[in-house]
Unconditional design. Structure first.
Lengths: 101, 101
DNA sequence: GTCAAATATAACTCACCGGCTATATGGCGC
DNA sequence: GCGCCATATAGCCGGTGAGTTATATTTGAC
């Protein structure tokens, strides 16, 4: 699954947001996510296949960590659009300068 | 459908990319997209519902234009991750400086 | 070795998505 | 009005996604 598709699911974005705070075990994620443990494991599998997270087994616990590299592609795709919407903001700003309310 | 989900479909990203070059009629999009006209219309409907494009009827032609505002949300979500992956690059860079091959 | 804890996988269901063809809708030319 | 052109919608189908419960797997504790 592409990084784009992986991000389409809100729970998966939640998981990534949680992992931004550092490594988390599956149990810790389950505790914060209002879906079943197998559901979390399934999402983690998708994220792992997309290269967005990595696992580090530690005893019987598996700690997941963020691996944000694939997001760079999304960011790169977004790049030209950033110009587009800031251009729009510029237009608005110029308009306001020339026609103050 | 959320902006994230809208972006999950490659054809829809293609459509947005095409619209970056300016307004396009449905026919022009169909000509470049290797899917049927109804398929394109369906994707345009999704993009419209997500607020990513706007329509301007002009005679019997409907011209679609980019409306990138919802992408700002995606960009904002991505923001903290940008830090995360540039941090990783920094780590790599420092490593290379301290241990040149 | 046995049991319990942590996690993954299997198997199932339901809903939705993306493609198609066929058809409806609305504007234009005559 | 009639027919054509551009586009949208309806309706169908096959695939897949996200959730569940039940079960398998691995590891640690004893």
């Amino acid at each position: 699954m592409s990084a784009y598709a992986a991000l389409a699911e809100p729970h998966r974005r939640d998981i990534l947001d949680l992992l931004r705070g550092g490594e988390r075990s599956v149990g810790e994620l389950v505790a914060r996510l209002d879906i079943s443990q197998p559901g979390v494991s399934k999402h983690l599998r998708v994220l792992r296949d997309a290269g967005l997270v990595t696992v580090r087994p530690e005893g019987r616990v598996r700690r997941y960590a963020l691996s944000p590299a694939p997001l760079a592609e999304v960011d790169a795709w977004l790049e030209p659009y950033r110009a587009a919407w800031s251009a729009r903001l510029d237009v608005l700003q110029r308009h306001l300068e020339e026609h103050p309310e």
